[in-house]
Design a protein. Structure first.
Length: 131
């Protein structure tokens, strides 16, 4: 439902944590504290407004989408990360990649940021007082 269907369940936590930390750095707040504050008002008998419920849902979707994007990138570079670009079937020929691991990390950050912005850009959560 939230967009993380391609990630293996045992690998999801690491990608989710990375996405959550990136989103927290963008938003300038602790997401757990924000969600707890919103849900506490519900526990005090106040109903969650449609806006608050939608914000919680969008935050979860943004985290899942960013995790998905990072996982897909990792899959596409899985051979590059171990240094092998191609191998022949008989094993006599191996070509190594010239990919820079720092460039891969930059690309990962960029695509995760794009996913987060695409979901939360209109919510005001990413706004930090500068236009």
């Amino acid at each position: 439902e939230l967009g993380y269907s391609i990630i293996k369940i045992d690998e999801y936590d690491a990608y989710e944590r990375k996405s959550r930390l990136m989103l927290e750095s963008f938003a300038g707040c602790n997401l757990d504290a924000l969600i707890a504050k919103i849900e506490k008002s519900r526990d005090n008998g106040e109903a969650l407004s449609e806006t608050e419920a939608e914000l919680i849902k969008k935050v979860k979707i943004a985290i899942c989408n960013a995790a998905d994007a990072a996982y897909e990138l990792h899959l596409s570079y899985s051979k590059a990360l171990c240094g092998i670009k191609s191998e022949s079937n008989d094993g006599a020929s191996v070509t190594f990649v010239d990919e820079n691991p720092f460039e891969i990390k930059k690309q990962e950050k960029r695509i995760m940021c794009q996913e987060i912005r695409s979901v939360l850009g209109s919510t005001g959560l990413l706004y930090r007082g500068v236009r």
